[in-house]
Design a protein around this ligand. Structure first.
Ligand SMILES: [Zn+2]
Length: 142
């Protein structure tokens, strides 16, 4: 979802809630990940000076595969995070310490929420999951 920064400035704080469909999620996750539900996003956006501060809550459901036997393992996405959106023209390149903050640059008057949300979803996915803690892997019977 794209939000016009002027709309946020107008009302100081803007709350949106919407879904990101699985087709849009796919490019951000591993090929093996099945997106079983759209990603639900709740965002609260506030303007502070020339920045926009966003607080996000993200819920969704994915299906991963067991690292040992490849059985499908359901995985609930539940993540919350803050992001600062800053207009590219006001980002100070040589300021020390920059880069520690979660700052997303934007051009023009629009900020794109989906990219930030899906990058965070991708980061929240564990690298390895097991279908059960004592999974023995694929059993070869002869
Ligand atoms: Zn397994």
């Amino acid at each position: 979802m794209k939000i016009n920064v002027r709309d946020i400035k107008k009302c100081e704080s803007l709350e949106v809630s919407y879904d990101i469909q699985s087709e849009a999620v796919k490019p951000y996750v591993d090929e093996a990940v099945v997106i079983t539900e759209p990603v639900h996003v709740k965002a609260e956006l506030r303007s502070s000076d020339s920045d926009v501060v966003g607080r996000f809550e993200v819920r969704g459901e994915l299906q991963l595969s067991c690292a040992r036997c490849l059985a499908p393992v359901p995985y609930k996405v539940e993540t919350g995070f803050w992001t600062v959106f800053r207009k590219s023209s006001s980002v100070k390149r040589d300021e020390p310490g920059m880069g520690d903050e979660d700052v997303v640059e934007f051009d023009g008057d629009e900020i794109d929420l989906d990219d930030v949300v899906l990058q965070n979803v991708a980061l929240s996915i564990p690298v390895k999951v097991l279908c059960r803690s004592d999974c023995k892997g694929i059993e070869w019977r002869e």
